[in-house]
Design a binder for this molecule. Structure first.
Ligand code: ZN
Length: 310
């Protein structure tokens, strides 16, 4: 029987998602569980459920992990949001249980590859993806190939005397432009006494705010929310300009939960990037949303399996 399926697993801090992907990169079936305190057990359970469907046709398993990985050794060097995985040789763990080919990649890198194979990156030779959520990740495709480098764009410093980041550096892009930064800035402005309709949510417990609340308030014209999103977008624009100047990509692809705020946050980023990037390079770059959304990582991980395990 032809082995024309691969399993893609996207391992994030909140959820772990697995899918059975065919060789065209289409999702055949999907399952999701919360990450919890036993991520490896959750990964096993999800892969088991995929095997129960097409066990004989699966050519391998692709793991997209939120964290810094040693791809050659198959080890998760550090996963800030899934501390249980830090130091785990996840590749050999999965390999020994399923006796099949296993490929591991960082989650944003896998998302970049997914977009390259089956999404918004298909028509571009070179692009950088920014995953905009609780944190900010990145992936780079150059000359149609996924660069197997860290591409931790969220930890490029954009402010020499900036805020302390959890990574140890100061002034990281992530500390200014991520969902956590947006929420933190809104909360601290409210604490200082700024007026905002955000105060009326959650019976006044504004510590429960999420990024979507802030975006909705901004759409209703709330000045505080608009300022916070615009400032975060401006920081993102600095990061985008830096990548444009270094790599001269054909496109910048943006994905993640913050895309809902495109017409304030991303517009502000595009405006800032256009001011800062070298004109000749900016003029040829397209800044566009991802087309695969949440599925990019699992599709990318599965596509790597087809390439490396066939
Ligand atoms: Zn950092």
């Amino acid at each position: 029987m032809a082995k024309n399926y691969a399993i893609g697993v996207d391992i994030g801090g909140t959820n772990i998602r697995a899918a059975l992907i065919n060789s065209s990169g289409e999702v055949e079936s999907k399952a999701k569980e919360s990450t919890g305190s036993k991520p490896v057990a959750v990964i096993h359970k999800l892969i088991d459920s995929m095997y129960s469907k097409h066990s004989k046709q699966i050519c391998g398993i692709g793991l997209a992990v939120a964290g810094i990985i040693d791809r050659d050794e198959g080890i998760v060097l550090r996963s800030p949001n899934i501390s249980r995985l830090t130091g785990v040789n996840l590749e050999s763990e999965i390999k020994s249980r399923y006796k099949t080919c296993v490929v591991m990649e960082n989650d944003a890198n896998a998302a970049a590859y997914g977009e390259k194979c089956a999404g918004a990156g298909r028509d571009f030779k070179s692009f950088v993806i920014f995953t905009l959520g609780t944190g900010i990740g990145g992936g780079i495709v150059m000359n149609n190939k996924l660069l197997s480098v860290a591409a931790e764009v969220g930890h490029m410093s954009i402010n020499a005397n900036g805020q302390q980041c959890a990574c140890g550096n100061v002034g990281c892009l992530e500390s200014y432009a991520s969902a956590s930064a947006i929420i933190g800035n809104a909360v601290s402005e409210i604490e200082k006494g700024s007026s905002s309709i955000l105060r009326n949510l959650y019976n006044g417990n504004f510590y429960k705010l999420n990024a979507e609340d802030i975006y909705k308030a901004a759409l209703e014209g709330d000045p505080l929310s608009r300022t916070v999103l615009r400032e975060a977008g401006k920081s993102l624009g600095i990061g985008i300009a830096n990548l444009i100047n270094i790599l001269s990509p054909d496109a910048i692809i943006l994905t993640g939960g913050l895309l809902g705020a495109w017409n304030i946050y991303v517009d502000s980023a595009i405006q800032e990037a256009s001011k800062r990037a070298l004109k000749e390079l900016y003029n040829k770059v397209k800044i566009i949303p991802s087309s695969l959304g949440d599925n990019a990582g699992i599709i990318g991980a599965a596509k790597l399996v087809f390439e490396e395990c066939a």
